[in-house]
Design a protein around this ligand. Structure first.
Ligand code: GLV
Ligand code: GLV
Length: 329
């Protein structure tokens, strides 16, 4: 019998067709998350799950999946998946690295520039009829060219952001769990301690994945260490930031502005205190949302499923050890 694949959100038809060549395919045909009871019901039948960052693939889902061989997350991040349980059960987990790095770096840099030059605030003022005249300091912001960029989390996306920053003649600092001699050589990035980065950077950019160690990495103390003119950008995961601390830092002008593509709770509640601040540029988690990047992510997730279901090693396993533990289960 053909294996069964469940896709938790509507994806483009051409990707569904690819999967239909090798499997029966079910799909939650909506642009809102698949309800929990439906997800559990489908997981119980599925050989593979094609999942999104909004799906919580926890122990209950994984244990329900008696036939489950593989979870293919259409994202580079995988904090939504209980890896420990997946490993125990010999279920493979894949993500979609590389294919989204440039698109995400483009968005990160766009958000940095939009925040520095107050693009959203200025455009809204125009729409609201508040553009009364050119004037010397009207909507004046911060410079980007030649300033110091501090990247926290120097993975592939961080390196792609650094390449853009080179064109803006920026000094590039980074902090990461491991030093990246390659990035230091190719990009002229300078490794420094977290504290030094916070104190010296004009732009502090978070690209750190969400792990127990990075939860609330940016809190009251961290914002206090930053320059008064600093701009904080978060393009990784909401919970790396203590949002109360950020609210106070922005409200009390401890830092100058922030740009957030991600939030503790998504969608961010429209009455969230952060959204009352003029010096915040919020975006609805669109880091990788270019058409080519999203198509490439969907295709890669599908390829991982097709390989896994035919007994071959998927292209982008989160952890190579998953291959051996899957084969020996
Ligand atoms: C999106 O946030 C991703 O991890 O790809
Ligand atoms: C992690 O994979 C990153 O690209 O930053």
């Amino acid at each position: 019998a053909k294996p069964y694949v469940f896709i938790t959100m509507q994806i483009p038809n051409e990707i569904v067709s690819l999967l239909e060549k090798v499997a029966h395919v079910g799909m939650w045909e909506a642009d809102i998350p698949c309800p929990r009871d439906k997800l559990l019901e489908e997981a119980a039948k599925a050989d593979a799950l094609f999942t999104m960052v909004v799906d919580r693939i926890d122990e209950e889902v994984l244990r329900t999946g008696q036939n489950l061989k593989l979870v293919a997350n259409m994202a580079v991040g995988y904090d939504n998946i209980d890896l420990k349980t997946a490993k125990q059960l010999g279920i493979m987990v894949t993500n979609t690295p590389d294919v989204l790095s440039e698109a995400t770096a483009d968005l990160t840099f766009a958000l940095l520039m939009a925040t520095a030059r107050r693009l959203v605030e200025a455009s809204l003022a125009l729409y609201e009829g508040k553009w009364t005249s050119w004037s010397p300091m009207y909507m004046a912001g911060q410079d980007v060219y030649g300033k110091t960029l501090g990247i926290v989390g120097m993975g592939r996306i961080g390196e792609a952001v650094a390449r853009r920053a080179k064109g803006f003649d920026m000094e590039i600092l980074y902090h990461n769990r491991h030093r990246k001699p390659d990035a230091e050589e190719k990009l002229g990035a300078t490794y420094c301690s977290f504290e030094q980065l916070l104190q010296q950077a004009d732009f502090v950019v978070s690209l750190a994945p969400l792990t127990p160690e990075t939860r609330h990495l940016f809190g009251r103390r961290e914002f206090e260490l930053m320059k008064k003119t600093a701009i904080f950008i978060n393009a990784s995961r909401g919970p790396v930031v203590d949002e109360d601390a950020l609210y106070h830092a922005l409200k009390e002008k401890q830092i100058w502005a922030a740009g957030l593509d991600v939030f503790q709770q998504e969608p961010v509640p429209i009455d969230h205190p952060l959204l009352t601040l003029p010096n915040l540029v919020p975006l609805p988690h669109i880091g990788s949302a270019s058409i080519p990047a999203r198509m490439a992510m969907a295709r890669l997730a599908a390829e991982n499923i097709m390989l896994g279901l035919s007994g071959q090693k998927p292209k982008t396993l989160i952890d190579e050890a998953m291959w051996t533990s899957h084969r020996s289960r």
